[in-house]
Write a new protein. Structure first.
Length: 271
C-alpha cells in the first residue's frame, strides 16, 4: 500500500502488476474500500495488466472529509493519482457509486479514460426522494455508526441467497462496511445526492465500454444496465448469474472472465 497527498487529503492505494501492463483503475463503491477488488487484482495481474485500486477519500485508509464530497471531487482525486503515477490514460472501472465516479471521470476528463467498465450502477441524476433518503441516511450513520446499517443492507449488497450460501464473502463485505468511517460515508452520501445526469455523457462515448450487472441486483437491476446499454450501443452487456449488487465479489470467476475478455478483444487491440 502506498499513499499520496492530493487535493488536500491523503489517498491510499495499491499499484499492482507490471508497470508496462495495460493500466486498469478500479473504483470501489459505498461503503467499501479498495480490497473489494482483490479477486480482480489477482486475475488482472496474472494476465499481465497493471491494476490501480485506490481507497476513495473518506473510505478505507484514505483521509476523511466532513463533507459533502461530490462525485467530481472523487474524480479529480483519481486523476491526480494518475498524474502522480505518470499514467496518461487508463481503463477506468467502478461498481455502484464507483461506476458513477467512472462516468464522472468520463464527463470531466474524457481524454484520460481509455475504456469504461461500469458494474451495477445507474446513469440518471438522483430523484427528489433519493436526495431526501441519502441525506437522512447520512444523518443516521453519523448518529449511530455503520454496524446497524451494514446488517440491514447485506442481503441487498449481495443476492439474499448468497448471504447464507457464501458466508466467507458475506463476512468480508460486512467487515468492509463496518470498518468504514461514518463521516466519510455521510460526506459521500450527501455529495452523491447532488450527482448530475450522465446519460448525455454516455451517449457521446466512443471508447470501449463494458457493462456488468448481477442478475439479482436489488439496487441497480438489470433494467438499469439495459438503459446504459441503450445509450452506448457499441457497449458489451454481461449479466452475471448467481449474483446481486457485487458480482465481482459474489461470482469473481464469471466477472473476471468477462473483464479479461473485454480487455483482450476490445481494448488491447486498440492501444
Amino acid at each position: 500500500m502506498t499513499s499520496i497527498a492530493v487535493r488536500g487529503t491523503t489517498l491510499h492505494y495499491d499499484d499492482s502488476g507490471s508497470p508496462a501492463g495495460l493500466p486498469v483503475m478500479l473504483i470501489h463503491g459505498h461503503p467499501f474500500n479498495r480490497t473489494l477488488w482483490d479477486p480482480q487484482v489477482e486475475a488482472l495481474v496474472a494476465a499481465g495488466h497493471r491494476v490501480i485500486t485506490p481507497d476513495l477519500r473518506g473510505y478505507g485508509d484514505s483521509g476523511v472529509d466532513a463533507g459533502p464530497v461530490h462525485l467530481e471531487h472523487f474524480a479529480d482525486d483519481l486523476v491526480g493519482l494518475l498524474d502522480h503515477l505518470d499514467i496518461e490514460r487508463a481503463v477506468v472501472g467502478g461498481v455502484s457509486m464507483g461506476g458513477q465516479i467512472a462516468m464522472e471521470m468520463q464527463r470531466r476528463h474524457a481524454r484520460r479514460v481509455h475504456a469504461l467498465v461500469l458494474s451495477d450502477t445507474s446513469a440518471p441524476a438522483e430523484t427528489d426522494e433519493g436526495k431526501v433518503f441519502r441525506n437522512r441516511l447520512a444523518d443516521r450513520l453519523l448518529a449511530e455508526g455503520m454496524d446497524g446499517y451494514a446488517d440491514e443492507v447485506i442481503d441487498k449488497m449481495l443476492a439474499a441467497y448468497n448471504v447464507t450460501a457464501m458466508p466467507d464473502v458475506a463476512a468480508r463485505v460486512l467487515r468492509m462496511m463496518r470498518a468504514t468511517d461514518p463521516r466519510g460515508a455521510a460526506a459521500a452520501l450527501r455529495g452523491r445526492a447532488e450527482r448530475p445526469d450522465y446519460r448525455d455523457t454516455l451517449a457521446a462515448v466512443q471508447s470501449p465500454v463494458l457493462i456488468v450487472v448481477g442478475a439479482d441486483d436489488a439496487y441497480t437491476p438489470v433494467a438499469d444496465a439495459e438503459v446504459i446499454h441503450g445509450l452506448v450501443p457499441h457497449a458489451i452487456l454481461t449479466v452475471v448469474e448467481g449474483a446481486g449488487h457485487l458480482p465481482g465479489a459474489e461470482q469473481p470467476g464469471l466477472f473476471n472472465a468477462a473483464l479479461l475478455d473485454f480487455l483482450t478483444t476490445q481494448v488491447v487491440t486498440r492501444t
